[in-house]
Design a protein around this ligand. Sequence first.
Ligand SMILES: C[S@@+](CC[C@H](N)C(=O)[O-])C[C@H]1O[C@@H](n2cnc3c(N)ncnc32)[C@H](O)[C@@H]1O
Length: 426
Amino acid sequence: MEMIKTTWTKEQVQEMIDREKLAYQKIDLPYGLSTGQGNDRSITSEKIFADSIKGKSVLDIGCSLGFFCQEAVRQGASRVIGVDADDERLRKAALIADCVGMARNIEFRQLDINTEDLTEQYDIILLLNVLHHIRNPIAVLDKLIAHTKQRLILEVVSPSSPKLKNTLKSMGYSWWTRRKFEKMPLIFVKKGGAAAKTNEEIFHFTAPAVNELLMEHRGCFARLDLLKSFKNHYIAIAWKRQVDNLVIIGGTASSGKTTFIDSIKRGELSEIASQIGINIKDNWTYTDAEDIKSIKKEKIQNVVYHYDILRTFDSTSYRYSIEQGMDIVDCASRRKVVTLWCDPQVLRQRLPSTANNDQRHWRQLRISNVMELYQNEKLLAQQYQKWLDFCQQKGVQLFFVDCTSRPRLMSHSEWDQKIKDLMERV
Ligand SMILES: C[S@@+](CC[C@H](N)C(=O)[O-])C[C@H]1O[C@@H](n2cnc3c(N)ncnc32)[C@H](O)[C@@H]1O
């Protein structure tokens, strides 16, 4: 065991152990002493910090006595912040950090993640054994996703926890059915009150539910590692995508996105490519909102992203800000959006030829809805406007290309004029 450097005497350490009720996490103290009570969490620590955190910022939400904050410091994190809703736990955490000589290495702050916002982004966010206490866990997950730069790490109480197991047993569910539940994307909701105070478990997420929420509902994670941890808990490590240069080629159905991208790949539109900053000699990954799910590497240098801006049209979400395919924007350091223009008359001509090739009912329905949109040019203009508003709100660099015939770059004012003309057509 590593020697702990301290300014405390053995008597002072012992006096703290006797005086304070240091429960939940077992933490080593100087002179071979320890907080005594609580679980040994070293297995979780080994698993969550198996990949280096050297030089990274770490936020531990619901840090309790600060065991994982201390571990993060030992693993070389550059900045460690422990927050908890309970000020008494934070007082004890700060006391223990001082005792082990880490008072200057960890910032402890009171924060209720239910009601308060995070003000900055962190490389790594830990939410260990807290999700089941949260009033609105999905909203909190959204908050954490937005503030995670690299890894979001959860430790979750599984549905095989004794309390839930007994409830399900008393409802007549057999061992076999309960095992089946664990393989399904389920969230069990239990009675609860002042959850954080009574330590009650009010939600149980199965591992497939966490997978569904992070990997299917959101588009910002490259992969999710699910690992066993202590008792009936499991660890979920979600790796956020990190893109250096993102170029989105956005357009409506049949506007010419694929043709435009293929021409760029073949080096045929070198002038436009160089204006928008694509040098095909660099290593570019060409992908789209569906295909990107198969890319498990978290770091990608250069991405050309084919995007159908009608993904929000006739879907229930309707907004780009919550459209899974647009989550990639927040994962990129440098972002450019090239929006393709195509005259509506040409759009109408191109669309039916696509429909003839595809007999599936939902696809036919979709195409007839899109055709209606192309016939109602005012609505089409509004859809373009929503797209542009989203891009501007994200602060991306904008380009416009007219793809009605041979592609040519357009100025922003020319684009505005085209949208204005569409609005005015009846
Ligand atoms: C079960 S303990 C887990 C402690 C530690 N993360 C671990 O895994 O060892 C839950 C901790 O989360 C804190 N907590 C509960 N609800 C919270 C909230 N809304 N915001 C911040 N902390 C919360 C509790 O005070 C408690 O310290």
